[in-house]
Every structure is written in structure tokens, then in C-alpha cells.
Design a protein around this ligand. Structure first.
Ligand code: MOS
Length: 694
């Protein structure tokens, strides 16, 4: 067991440390950095999905007043190749997807850069492109691992035989759409290249991670790169890995020595340059005995990656671990297409991978004549079905029961299509949520005693809007035994101690543990004799309990859905999520994380769908006017609750990570509620009106 930190500041619903700076506009985001005489960069993108650029006509652009230079594959500074094809831009005339960078204009104003970029013309040698994802393709391949480095396929027993022998079975195909992350703040970089090296103000989830990614491509010693990100307006995974624009900003700055350059992607550019979630096709099979105990679980997943770079979403992973069954099988097969590079989006794997299985569980419950909550409770595993390890803590059953109680689940009609009110079919649905506890060794933090007796805490973490500024202050206060007012944080800079990305819901675990270690070591070393300027840096080793326990957060999502009998219009009057996610450090920021995740799940259920035009190979609804995301009007009541959970193995705070679990299971709960309302089973997201009218 780990010695758990005694909560004093932790647990308080403190206001955001960065709140006042944000609402008054004093919090500077990447693009807002006040730099001397900036030049502005606007990308030029390929308008074919496959082929090569034969000639770039840049004369009209270069002739425009205020244009400083036009970068093309012919004249761009050289990069080191062989590291990351997504980042190795403007090094060859090859075009691997529509929207890929083929050039850029640098100009005195953003308006001039944009206008000039529109004047650049490219002649192409076109090749036929292939952008069609289908389970029937004969070139689907088995990746070596799935994200982040998990087995591609797993299995035990015989799922086929179990299905043949079973009392109750479900075998169906479920699909999730292509999704784009769309944080409010677009991806933006301000780059300055001078004698000292390269400085990047970047809208990123991880300053050290960006440096690691771009240093080899730029052929620079990483010590010569500084990345700064004090405030970030959301990322949802799209800013967790480096994308092409950061390299473009660096190349442009290299062309303008001593002069800073600014680059912000437009919303439209984000649909081809900032990652997205692959569409998934999930063949789910479940078998159960007469009592509703699962005898087999299978999820065979087909999804896409780009031709130039592999990203294998771990969609089958949650089916490995959520319920017990003696016969099990998960597989992943990819199609490598002429499409933009997919990447992380909030709860990669878990989010799409709980849609198929959790709708299938609803179908199985009906087949068994069991309540869907009861079916899940009956299939609670003793140990982690995937690894065989005990769970460090697991309270899915508690979440299901508490959620059912709060939601009024008992009043639910047994049969679907039982209740119509004022022309609206009305029903309720449930689904489970789960998300792993990730931790990475090697995170460092520094604690320093200031002149006025307050403490400075230094760590290269990034708050992307999650509340890290606030909760790390609370954790530091408890670790140092001082009030939160006496802790001053420094975040978001590679000059600060090494920290991993705000990703995988692991920020609190990794950064918090490093801060606790630094505080404990500081107190041990200096005790009562500490004086101003005394400081100590600590680096966290791997969690020794990680090999002994399966560590995951769990939750249960409940939805009420109304579908209009005449039009098929879908409304969601109520969403409730109950989570068991370890200690909640700050109820205010935590609620915001859970509800934010659930809202994104609602959005996935009802609206989100990147419509890919296969003739041209691009997303046609590439802006927020046509790529719909959920708004307040889409849900009348959305509520997140949590159970007290004390887990002495995950980290010294007892936290499990809450950034992503809220999006997991939400769409399934809504689809299940829509079925209960109408008797129409929708297995393909989004749940739109037309699907009820056939
Ligand atoms: Mo999150 S998708 O792990 O950055």
C-alpha cells in the first residue's frame, strides 16, 4: 500500500486558480503572445487525395504587397526524415491525403498570408485514391500492437462454440462515425528562431512531449528547444501529439531568423491537420446461459489508419476487461487509406469500444428477459478478465445501483415502446463506463521555499482547461502541510521539471505523485530548518503496484430519451452519470470534467459525424456550422455523481483520472434509451431522426 495523503485542501470545491485571469483576458494563449514584429504563416493544402505536386505557381502570391516568402517543397528548409511522416512536411512533392501541407505563405499580416495562400496554384500528377473503409476489403491488416502498445488480438476458449451452445446470443455489427476533436482554441504556434535556439509558444497538451517529437525532425538537440504553454483552450487529445503545423511554424521561423512567426489553424484546416477519431466497425458477439451469465464475449474491430502513418485505435480493449466470460476474443484490423492521420480523441479505444458491447448488452438483457442493470451486475468479474490480476478497486456495481436509485430506474416499463406522452415515445437506458489508470515513471517536480514563507512548486505540466492549476495547488498544499494560498505553481514550460502530457486521464496521477514526492523529500531533508531558497527536485519511479493490480475507474450512465412519433426528432431530457474514480480532489472542477465528457458523449450520440466525401477524400462538413456538437438545448438535465472510493494502490492521492471516463458509455446509454422508447434498435451512430422513420 501507498501512504495516502491526508486530505485537507483536497476535497474542497475551490475556485479555479486561473479563473480570474481567464475571464479578464489576462491569461495569454499561444497565439496571443506579445512578440516583436511577428510575421504570419498561412498553410497551403493539397486539393487532391493522392498523387504528387508537379509545379507550384507562387508568382501571384509572392507579388502581393506584404508577402515575405512562399514556402514550397522545392525551397523549404530541410528536415531530418525517417522519424515521423506526419511531421516531415514540404520535403517531397508526394501527396498522401487531401488537405496535406504542400506549402505556406509568410506575410506581414494574417489577412495577407491567407489571401496569398489562396493565390498559390498547384499542378498535380493525380493518382486514383482509395478512402473507403469496409470490412469486406481484402487488404485489411493486423497491426503489431494497438494504441498505446497493447496486444492486437486476445482470446481464450472458443467463442463460436459458445455461441452455438448458448441459451441466449447476440451477434450484430455496430458502427461509430468519424469524429473531429474541435477544441475551442484552434491549434496555434508562435515560433522564434534565434542564436539561443527555437522557442515555441504552442497550444499543446504537453510541452516536453512536443519537444521530444519535433527535435529529431528539426535535427536539433532538444536542449535548444523551449516549448511554453501556460493556458490552453482544450485539446481532447488533438493537442496530445505533435501535428504538422508545429513543424511548419518552426520552418517558417527558420526562414525568418530573429523574427517571430505566428500560425493558427483555421477551423476548416483542423479537419485535415489535427487528427481525428477513426470510424469503427465492430462485430460484437455475446452468449449467455439461462441465468444471463455470459459464456462468451467477442469484439472484432475494423477501422482505418492513414497510408503514411499508423494509428491503431484500441477499440477492442474495453471488451477484454468489463465483464467475466470463459470464452473471449478481441481483434483489430486496419485499412491503410489515403486519408488524414487519425490520432487521439477523448478516451481513445474505450469511447468507441464501449458503444458496440454496451448496446449488445442491452440486446442480450432483452433476450434473457432481464433488467439491463441486473444483467451487468450478474456478470461482474472477480478479477480482471484480461490480465487475471485483482482490481486495485472496482465499484461498477455500486455505480449501477446508486445510479438506478437516483434515476428512478425502478419505475421503468419492462417492454420497449410502452410510453407515449404528447406524441413523444419516451424511454430510459443504461450503459457502463470504464477507463484505465495510466501512469508513467519519470515525472519530476521541484519544491522551493520562498522568502515570504510560501512555497513555489515547479512542474512542466499543462492545464488544458481541466483544472490542473487548481487541483495541483491543493495536492501540493496537503503534501507540504500548508494552506492552498501558500502554494504558487509554475506550469507549462520545458524549462520546468520534466512532465508527461495531459493525456490518458493521467495528469493528476503523474504530476500529483511527483509533487507529493518532492514535498515529502523536501520536508525530510530540511524539516523545520528550511530557509528561503531551499529547494528540492524529485523524480517518480514506476508505481510498484502496477504489476500486481488492474487499475481502472468505473461508472454507470443513465439516459432518458424522447423520440417524436411523427418526425423522429430525438430529445434527451435527462443524463445521469455515477462514477467510482478514486478520490475526487476538487468537486467543482471534477464535476466539470465528468459533465464535459458526458456532453461530448451526448454529442457523439446525437450529432457528431464527419461526413467524408469519397469522391474527393475530404470531410465536407468541416466547420462548426455543419459539424454539429451538442449545446445546452440538447439536454435538459445533466448530472454527475461519484462514490467515495479509497484506493491505496493507484498513487499517494488515491485518484484515478476523470478526464475521459465521462464520454465512455454515454452514447450507448442514449441509443439504449432510444430503443426502449421506440422499439427501434439503432446500431450505427449517430442516433438521428431518419433512422426512426424507415
Ligand atoms: Mo486524451 S485523448 O488521452 O489526450
Amino acid at each position: 500500500m501507498t501512504e495516502l495523503l491526508r486530505p485537507r485542501s483536497m476535497g474542497q470545491a475551490r475556485e479555479r486558480v486561473d479563473g480570474a485571469a481567464k475571464v479578464t483576458g489576462r491569461a495569454r494563449y499561444a497565439f496571443e503572445q506579445p512578440v516583436e514584429r511577428p510575421a504570419y504563416v498561412h498553410p497551403v493544402q493539397a486539393t487532391i487525395a493522392r498523387g504528387r505536386v508537379r509545379t507550384m505557381h507562387t508568382g501571384d502570391a509572392a507579388a502581393l504587397d506584404g508577402v515575405l516568402t512562399v514556402l514550397t517543397p522545392d525551397n523549404a528548409p530541410l528536415l531530418a526524415t525517417g522519424h515521423d511522416p506526419e511531421l516531415e512536411i514540404l520535403q517531397s512533392p508526394e501527396v498522401a491525403f487531401r488537405g496535406q501541407l504542400i506549402g505556406a505563405v509568410i506575410a506581414e499580416t494574417p489577412e495577407t498570408a491567407r489571401q496569398a495562400a489562396g493565390l498559390v496554384r498547384a499542378d498535380y500528377e493525380r493518382q486514383p485514391h482509395d478512402v473507403t473503409l469496409s470490412p469486406e476489403r481484402d487488404d485489411l491488416y493486423r497491426p503489431d500492437v494497438v494504441n498505446p502498445s497493447l496486444p492486437t488480438d486476445t482470446g481464450q476458449g472458443d467463442v463460436d462454440a459458445a455461441l452455438r451452445a448458448a441459451e441466449h446470443t447476440v451477434a450484430a455489427t455496430y458502427t461509430t462515425a468519424m469524429y473531429h476533436n474541435n477544441p475551442m482554441e484552434p491549434h496555434a504556434t508562435v515560433a522564434l528562431w534565434d542564436e539561443g535556439g527555437l522557442t515555441l509558444h504552442d497550444s499543446t497538451q504537453g510541452v516536453h512531449a512536443m519537444r521530444e517529437a519535433v527535435a529529431p525532425v528539426l535535427g536539433l538537440d532538444k536542449e535548444r528547444i523551449r516549448v511554453i504553454a501556460r493556458y490552453v483552450g482544450g485539446g481532447f487529445g488533438s493537442k496530445g501529439t505533435a501535428h504538422a503545423h508545429i513543424v511548419l511554424a518552426a520552418l517558417a521561423a527558420k526562414r525568418m531568423p530573429g523574427r517571430p512567426v505566428k500560425l493558427a489553424l483555421t477551423r476548416q484546416q483542423m479537419f485535415s491537420l489535427a487528427g481525428y477519431r477513426t470510424p469503427t466497425i465492430q462485430r460484437v458477439r455475446l452468449a449467455a446461459d439461462a441465468a444471463g451469465r455470459l459464456t462468451a464475449i467477442g469484439n472484432d474491430v475494423v477501422e482505418q489508419t492513414s497510408r503514411i502513418k499508423e494509428f491503431a485505435e484500441q477499440t477492442g480493449v474495453p471488451a477484454r476487461t468489463t465483464y467475466a466470460a470463459p470464452n473471449r476474443r478481441t481483434t483489430h484490423r486496419l485499412a491503410a487509406l489515403d486519408v488524414p492521420v487519425p490520432s487521439w480523441m477523448r478516451a481513445p479505444g474505450e469511447c468507441p469500444g464501449m458503444f458496440g458491447p454496451e448496446v449488445a448488452m442491452d440486446e442480450l438483457a432483452e433476450d434473457c428477459g432481464l433488467d439491463p442493470v441486473e444483467l451487468r451486475v450478474r456478470n461482474e468479474p472477480e478479477t480482471d478478465p484480461d490480465t487475471g490480476l485483482p482490481f486495485s478497486s472496482r465499484d461498477l456495481v455500486g455505480c449501477l445501483h446508486e445510479g438506478a436509485r437516483r434515476f428512478g430506474w425502478q419505475r421503468r416499463e419492462r417492454a420497449p415502446r410502452s410510453r407515449i406522452e404528447d406524441g413523444w415515445w419516451t424511454g430510459t437506458g443504461v450503459a457502463s463506463s470504464t477507463y484505465p489508470v495510466h501512469s508513467a515513471p519519470g515525472t519530476s517536480a521541484t519544491v522551493r521555499l520562498g522568502r515570504d514563507g510560501s512555497f513555489e512548486v515547479l512542474i512542466g505540466a499543462v492545464d488544458i482547461g481541466t483544472g490542473a492549476w487548481t487541483i495541483l495547488t491543493q495536492i501540493a498544499a496537503d503534501a507540504l502541510g500548508v494552506p492552498a494560498e501558500d502554494v504558487h505553481l509554475h506550469l507549462g514550460d520545458t524549462d520546468l521539471p520534466q512532465a508527461p502530457v495531459a493525456g490518458g486521464s493521467s495528469g493528476t496521477t503523474n504530476w500529483g505523485t511527483a509533487i507529493v514526492e518532492a514535498a515529502r523529500s523536501f520536508r525530510e531533508k530540511y524539516g523545520a530548518d528550511a530557509g528561503p531558497g531551499d529547494e528540492l527536485i524529485a523524480t517518480v519511479p514506476a508505481n510498484p503496484h502496477s504489476d500486481r493490480f488492474a487499475m481502472r475507474a468505473f461508472g454507470a450512465q443513465f439516459a432518458e430519451v424522447r423520440v417524436h412519433a411523427a418526425t423522429g426528432e430525438v430529445r434527451v431530457p435527462r443524463l445521469l452519470g455515477v462514477f467510482a474514480a478514486g478520490r475526487i480532489v476538487n468537486p467543482r472542477t471534477a464535476r466539470s470534467q465528468f459533465i464535459g465528457g458526458m456532453t461530448m458523449g451526448l454529442s457523439m450520440a446525437l450529432h457528431e459525424d464527419s461526413v467524408f466525401d469519397e469522391r474527393f477524400g475530404f470531410v465536407v462538413n468541416h466547420d462548426l456550422a455543419e459539424y454539429h456538437i451538442a449545446a445546452c438545448a440538447d439536454v435538459e438535465s445533466i448530472e454527475a455523481q461519484w462514490l467515495d472510493e479509497h484506493d491505496p494502490y493507484v498513487n499517494p492521492m488515491g485518484t484515478k483520472g476523470i478526464g475521459e471516463i465521462g464520454i465512455v458509455g454515454t452514447a450507448a446509454a442514449i441509443a439504449n434509451a432510444a430503443y426502449h422508447a421506440t422499439g427501434v434498435r439503432i446500431r450505427d451512430l449517430p442516433v438521428t431522426a431518419d433512422k426512426f422513420l424507415d
